[in-house]
Ligand binder design. Structure first.
Ligand SMILES: [Zn+2]
Length: 453
């Protein structure tokens, strides 16, 4: 008898340490065996779930409250799914529960382990593993297949993680980024980021002004008044909304978008200019082959290194090529080029005098085309758009705000695209949102997000 007890204990302790479950209700009483249940190969660990002595002492019938009972055998075998210990088989505990019967009303009660929630077949260990895997770039279906559960179980686990992202309505970051991305049902969702630590503040189901307004109005006015800057895209329509919501915040138009707009205008004017020449001419090739040089900062062009430019049939430097191009170009292109250069210089080294000159330049353009804007060249049209958002644009260029951009948000938007691609799109916005939160927080410490204002 003693030897039998000894063997049982060895199996129990070994299996428990292997499966990482230390529930005292469970006793593993036999060696594991392989079996096929409903077409799935299982490695089964037979076990019995007993009542703890304390539970029996405190027993009260759930039906009538009577304390007297008698033992009534065991329940049929049921499976408790646990994380697999081996790649070929699903792992499960084949458990029977001890059953007791009330002496008064004859209703039964069976022992339950701490491993699962009531009435659930999937262990908490497996759920934790699924939740951990949801943080990686894998589709829910793949996780379901690998862990031997259904895709709805994976989605239910995803739902249960949602409570971890509840908002604190007494705190807002000092610097915010606004943007939007295309998500479920081809609609745009609004996303807001903490510009300092790049943690997601919120994702809203749409980008309607009313939705954004309602969300931020849940924060008390003193909290909202602490927000210092909000950065957003040039073409966004958030400007008046931001003024209403954050009375003390400065609006910043993302620097990248400002430069990109002028860059595109200059490049498109270059192609227009190029197309005026014959396809085989020297001048055409000058603009075609050296397109990159016209978009580079003039100060960065190499003025000492000569190379043989085949289309021109001469030895030149990069600076000479650009100068030749500018001589060939018309007045409009030259102006656009130097306006663009001025902007690049400010981005590189923002000084108050340079910003003042740029501001003046924008005002002049506006005065020039005050009658009809349709006659303006492409670059001037870009400058006119900048003039329409003069204050946010100038704020973005100022040295004390120049490191607040939408860059981190664009990075997260790229990641969101990847998340949707892996899943072949999402139908449920809440699932998409939970997945974005889980995957962007991978390995990230967000505790330092609370900064004193
Ligand atoms: Zn009873």
């Amino acid at each position: 008898m003693t030897s039998l007890n000894y063997t049982t204990n060895i199996i129990d302790s070994t299996v428990k340490s292997c499966l990482n479950c230390h529930d005292p209700h469970l006793i593993f009483d036999d060696e594991p065996y392989k079996d096929t249940l409903r077409g799935t190969k299982y490695l089964l660990f037979p076990a019995t779930i007993y009542f703890l002595p304390q539970e029996l002492a405190d027993f009260r019938c759930h039906n009538c409250g009577f304390t007297s009972f008698y033992r009534s055998g065991f329940t049929p075998m049921h499976l408790i799914k646990v994380p697999s210990v081996n790649s070929t088989y699903q792992t499960a505990i084949a458990a029977r529960s001890a059953r007791i019967r009330c002496r008064n009303c004859n209703s039964t009660c069976s022992a339950s382990s701490e491993l699962t929630d009531h009435g659930c077949q999937i262990s908490k260990l497996l759920k934790a593993k699924i939740a951990a895997r949801l943080r990686m770039d894998i589709s829910a279906k793949t996780i379901a297949f690998e862990e031997g559960v259904s895709a709805s179980t994976v989605n239910r686990t995803l739902d249960s993680t949602r409570c971890e992202f509840r908002n604190n309505f007494n705190f807002l970051p000092l610097h915010l980024c606004f943007d939007e991305f295309r998500g479920t049902h081809n609609t745009y969702h609004f996303i807001c980021l903490d510009a300092d630590n790049h943690a997601i503040q919120t994702i809203l189901p749409n980008r309607l002004k009313q939705t954004i307004f309602n969300y931020f109005m849940r924060f008390p006015a003193p909290v909202r008044s602490l927000v210092r800057t909000v950065s957003c895209d040039l073409n966004s329509y958030y400007v008046d909304l931001i003024k209403k919501l954050f009375p003390n915040a400065k609006i910043i138009i993302d620097r990248f978008h400002i430069v990109q707009m002028l860059n595109r205008a200059v490049n498109s004017m270059r192609t227009d200019l190029m197309n005026r020449f014959d396809n085989n001419s020297k001048n055409y090739k000058l603009f075609k082959r050296n397109w990159k040089l016209f978009l580079k900062r003039y100060d960065d062009l190499n003025c000492t290194y000569q190379f043989y430019e085949r289309s021109q049939r001469e030895w030149v430097t990069a600076e000479q090529l650009v100068n030749q191009g500018l001589q060939l170009a018309d007045q409009d292109f030259r102006k656009a080029y130097w306006d663009y250069q001025r902007l690049l210089e400010i981005i590189d080294d923002p000084t108050p005098s340079k910003i003042k000159i740029f501001k003046q330049c924008l005002t002049e353009v506006n005065q020039k085309y005050s009658g009809s804007r349709s006659e303006a060249s492409k670059a001037d049209k870009a400058l006119l758009t900048l003039y329409d958002n003069l204050i946010p644009v100038i704020t973005a260029l100022e040295p004390q705000y120049c490191h607040y951009t939408n860059g981190p948000l664009e990075g997260i938007n790229r990641k969101i695209k990847q998340i949707q691609r892996t899943a072949y799109g999402y139908r449920n916005f809440e699932h998409l949102k939970a997945r974005i939160y889980l995957q962007t927080y991978l390995g990230k410490d967000t505790r330092n997000s609370v900064k004193t204002a």
